[in-house]
Design a protein around this ligand. Structure first.
Ligand SMILES: [Fe+2]
Length: 132
């Protein structure tokens, strides 16, 4: 059984974004597995690269979607995305400078991203799109 399972309650009613959000669940589950197998440090470099690739595509798509529906809080949401990108970049720099013992920190960061950003901040987009 995976650490996190997708549920339709998480959906933003946008297939592209839902598919991308499922990838975050995949990253969390993958890292959780690696840590449990004692293999986290070997996997962390690839995972961070995946997170960098992911954020550059996904945030743009989500911002386009917000623009399309005339989401009023777009600027604030973009700022939050930029903060997340900076945090991922910071982790990447630390890994590149040899700091590999940060698997739990990355795991907690991803969990926070899931619980605070996706389930709360992103959920507001859905509330707006169905109320308008
Ligand atoms: Fe977002």
């Amino acid at each position: 059984m995976s650490y996190l399972e997708w549920s339709d309650d998480f959906s933003l009613n946008n297939e592209t974004i839902d598919t991308q959000h499922k990838k975050v669940i995949g990253m969390i589950n993958g890292l959780h597995d690696s840590i449990n197998k004692g293999d986290g440090r070997n996997k962390i470099g690839d995972l961070i690269q995946e997170m960098i690739d992911y954020t550059s595509v996904h945030f743009r798509e989500e911002e386009n979607f917000m623009q399309e529906i005339g989401y009023p809080d777009l600027d604030r949401h973009k700022e939050i995305h930029n903060n997340l990108i900076n945090r991922v970049q910071d982790i990447n720099n630390r890994i590149k400078s040899g700091e590999l013992n940060i698997c739990w920190e990355v795991f907690l960061f991803l969990n926070d991203w899931w619980e605070v950003h996706i389930l709360k901040t992103d959920k507001k987009i859905l509330k707006y799109s169905i109320s308008g």
